[in-house]
Every structure is written in C-alpha cells, then in structure tokens.
Design a protein around this ligand. Structure first.
Ligand code: ADP
Length: 495
C-alpha cells in the first residue's frame, strides 16, 4: 500500500505567527495561555499558539464592532473594498508554496494537493468575491399606493465565523470572502487542530490594506472560545462549519443569546451511485477519489458506494486493487496520495468504525489497520457486502474507509440513498441521460455531481438538506448570508 511513513521530510518554512490577530495587531491571549499545534505525521508539537477564551473573543468582537460602526470598511466605496480583496488574493498567490507547506505540516494533507489545488482555489474565491463587492444592490419595488419603495442591501454587521480543520484555508475563504465583499467585519475562530495558516493569511490581508479591526482571528478550543463567539450579544451573524452535533450546540447558543441568524455546514453520508451502463474503470477511479480524497476527511465524501448488481463483482475487485495501490506516506513526498489523519482522536474514531464494520459482518476486502508506528496513518480500507442498517453505512466515518453496497434497480437505490439523516451531496455515475435526469431531481442533497465529484468552483453553491446544514456557501447564494434587506418607503405626494 505505502511509501515509507518514516524518514520524514523537514518542512523548510518558518512558523511566523502564533498570537491572536486582533484590531490589526498580533497579541497574546488575555490569560497568557498557549496550546500546542501538532504535526500529524508524528504527533509532535510544532508550535505553541495563543489560547483564546471568552475575554479574547470580547476584545476581538469590540474591535470588529468599532470597525463596523465607526471604521471605514462598510462606508468605504465598494470598489475600494474590491481592490483590497484583489490585492490580498495576489499576495496569497505569491506565497502559494509557503502557505501550502504550512497547511500540509499542520494538517497532513498531501503537499501537491495544497499547492496545486487548495491555495489556487483560495485565490480564485477571493477574485470571485472581489468581483461581487461592487455589484451588490437592491431593487425598486412597484407597491400599491402613491409610494416610492426601494430595498437597500446592507451588511449585517459583525460576523462570527467558526471553521473546522479538514480544509483550513478553503474554509477561511468560504467564510471570509463573501462576508468582507458585503462590507461586514469578522471575528473568526479557527479549529484548535489547525490554527496556523489562517493567521498567516490574515497578516497578508493587512499588508493588502485591510483596515484594522475588520478581520480578527482568534485561536482556541470550541467549548471556550467557540462557545463565547456563538453566544456573544454583540455578534450579528454566525457561520459555522463542523459536525452536526456541534452545529446543534452553536445554533442553541445563538438562539439563547441574541437570536443571531446562523448558517451551518455540517456532516454528511453522501451516496455515490454506479449504474450498470457505466464504464467500470472510470467509475472505480471516481468512487475511489470521492471517498479517499483528503484522507477521507470531507463532509461531502462519497461514503456509501452503491453499485448495480450487474457490475458489482468487477467493480469490487477493481476498487480493492485501486485501494491497495493508493500511495500512503509522508504528505511532503512527491506522488503521495494520502497522509495521516488529523489527530489521535480522529485516528481512534476511524479505527473504531473499522472494528464496527468487521463486527457487523461486512467483508473487509483490504486495509483495516494503522500504518507504521508513529503519527496517525491508516491503511486505505474497503468493505464490501455493506448493509444499510450497519453503523458504517449510517455514521460519518471521516476517514479512508470505503463501504460498497449492492443495488438492483433505480427506484430502490433512490429510496436507499435518501434514507439518511444527512443530505449534503450525492454522486451519480451513468451514461444514460434519463437516469441522470431522474436522479438529479430525486436525490435530497445540496449538490448532485453527475459523472464527476468534488468540483468546488467559487461560483457553485454548497450546503446541505436535512441535518447537513442550513444555508448555502459560495456563489451568489452566500451573499444573502451576509446582507440585511432594508425596505425604504417614501410617499410620492407631500403628506
Ligand atoms: P470535529 O469533531 O470534526 O472536530 P467540531 O464540530 O467539533 O468538529 O469542530 C468544528 C469547529 O467547531 C472547531 O472550530 C471547534 O473548535 C468548534 N467547536 C467545537 N465545540 C464547540 C462549541 N461547543 N461551541 C462553539 N464551537 C465549537
């Protein structure tokens, strides 16, 4: 399966920023406390980072409040805001390789993936939202009576944003891009596992001319810093990406405090459906990518691979071979497809699900164990003969574990694919246009990828049905999350 998971390459990048970035300056935590950031290849500490708590969130929120109420940001011309977003994106592009290396070091994802795909997507997203900044406008409304009626689309105010560890830079972009384009100010809390790259890019944002207080980044844990942000009375909007359980917690905190509106991007158990007309080799490759990409740590991972009975045996044999060929190893090495899981907790959780799959009598085709003795590497694992009621077919595993299920006909697979509490994404693999048309409408999911998967263009909205979330990010839809609509009514005749 693997390249060596020993003999690790030492990343040649400095860790420049470990403090909070509040009101344009790097500052220690109010408590003076720090917490460790790790290298998931070894579990070793690579930096000690300021540990935010309620007091740090208070300071960041008051900086953001001041920058919104008094500062230049929402009052600046939209064109000027757009220019700052563009300058920022260009600066990020200049630091592409250094940022990618830092992302890999702290997260474990393949360096080539970070450098060639994720940092460029980040840059593209800021170019996209820079383009929106000066194109946000309201309507004139034809109302009954002698009134002139118009709507103003105004920024919501201070946005609180909480992001996860699986795509630290991309999650930053999805949250910060639209919020700033609309003229909001921000307090962002990064995931405790991956605080480093957000601090780096936030510094670049200030070099690009972002006024102080507009974007504040606080590192720290969820139940302390995260909860303080979600329940803050002076935060006007909350955007969260993470697990469904934590999503429920933050929604409740928001409701109990000041009823701030909340957008949630949560878990998934996405079906990837292979029909019998499909080119099996291509289907195998795409299903493999849909599940194993990013160590399986994707909320939209195609984690229920449904295969038509007529191609099932061939598909299974080839999927197993593909998983055995997957190159696992030091994510800094060229050609490595899979690095370590993010941390010990996720590593144990994934191994626990593998055990559960074996115990529930799914067939373990390959993998099933850790790799090496250091860090959090897991063998690419394939289960066949998976049944809908098994835990591995119902829970989000968030690791390199593919579950293959057999189906007979279209209506049956639609019903089974939809029989989940989640509804984030779905993949359909077929050459038959009627099948594709039927499935794209019948599947209850926020994204349906037909003959492709994980296409994350900045313009394409992303989000969930059911317990996968509330609202959409990216594209034009994300602007609505960060705008208030004000109706203004004036009589046409003097009163
Ligand atoms: P995971 O289980 O994948 O780590 P979480 O949903 O727990 O996902 O974490 C996603 C983000 O939510 C992280 O930034 C984390 O710190 C934050 N978080 C966790 N618990 C809470 C909480 N009680 N209140 C606010 N934020 C939280």
């Amino acid at each position: 399966t693997s390249a060596a998971v020993e003999d690790l390459i030492t990343p040649q990048v400095p860790i420049r920023y470990t403090q909070h970035l509040i009101n344009g300056r790097f500052v220690d935590a109010a408590s003076g406390k720090t917490f460790p950031a790790y290298d998931p290849r070894t579990g070793e500490v690579i930096a000690n980072v300021a540990e935010g708590d309620a007091e740090d969130i208070n300071r960041a929120v008051s900086a953001a409040r001041k920058a919104f109420d008094e500062g230049p940001w929402p009052k600046m011309s939209a064109y000027e805001r757009s220019r700052i977003l563009l300058r920022f994106a260009d600066l990020v592009e200049k630091h592409n390789d250094e940022l990618a290396a830092l992302e890999t070091w702290n997260n474990g994802k393949p360096y080539e993936q970070a450098a060639k795909s994720e940092v460029p997507l980040f840059v593209r997203l800021f170019h996209y939202y820079a383009g929106w900044a000066d194109k946000i406008h309201g309507l004139t409304v034809p109302a009954d009576g002698d009134y002139h009626v118009q709507t103003l689309h105004e920024p919501v105010g201070v946005a609180g944003q909480i992001i996860p560890w699986n795509f630290p830079l991309i999650m930053f972009a999805w949250k910060v891009g639209p919020a700033l384009a609309c003229g909001n100010t921000i307090v962002l809390k990064t995931a405790e596992q991956t605080p480093l790259t957000a601090l780096f890019v936030a510094k670049l944002f200030h070099e690009a001319g972002l006024p102080e207080g507009v974007l504040n980044v606080v590192s720290g844990y969820g139940p302390t810093a995260g909860a303080a942000l979600a329940s803050h009375m002076d935060v006007d909007k909350l955007a969260f990406t993470g697990s469904t359980d934590t999503g429920k917690v933050v929604l409740e905190l928001a409701a109990r405090s000041n009823l701030k509106p909340v957008t949630l991007e949560l878990g998934g158990k996405s079906p990837f459906i292979v029909f019998d007309d499909a080119d099996v080799d291509k289907a195998v490759e795409l299903a493999h990518f849909a599940l194993f990409f990013n160590q399986g740590q994707c909320c939209c991972a195609g984690s229920r691979t449904f295969v038509h009975e007529r191609v099932y045996d061939e598909f299974l044999e080839k999927s197993k071979k593909r998983a055995l060929r997957r190159v696992v190893g030091d994510p800094f090495k060229k050609g490595v497809e899979q690095g370590p899981q993010i941390d010990g907790e996720q590593f144990e959780k994934v191994l626990g699900y593998i055990k559960s799959g074996i115990e529930s009598n799914a067939t373990l085709e390959c993998g099933g164990d850790r790799l090496g003795s250091k860090g959090f590497f897991i063998q690419p694992t394939v289960f066949s003969n998976v049944q809908d009621d098994m835990l591995i077919a119902q829970d989000e595993i968030f690791g390199p574990v593919q579950s293959i299920l057999k189906f007979k006909d279209t209506d049956e697979v639609i019903e089974r694919a939809n029989r989940t509490r989640y509804g984030l994404a779905a993949g359909v693999f077929t050459k038959n246009v009627d099948t594709a048309n039927k499935l794209m409408r019948a599947l209850r999911a926020g994204t349906v990828w037909i003959n492709c998967f994980d296409v994350f263009d900045a313009a394409i909205p992303f989000g969930g049905y059911k317990m996968s979330g509330i609202g959409r990010e990216k594209g034009i839809y994300s602007l609505h999350n960060y705008l208030q609509v004000k109706a203004v009514v004036t009589p046409l005749k003097n009163p």
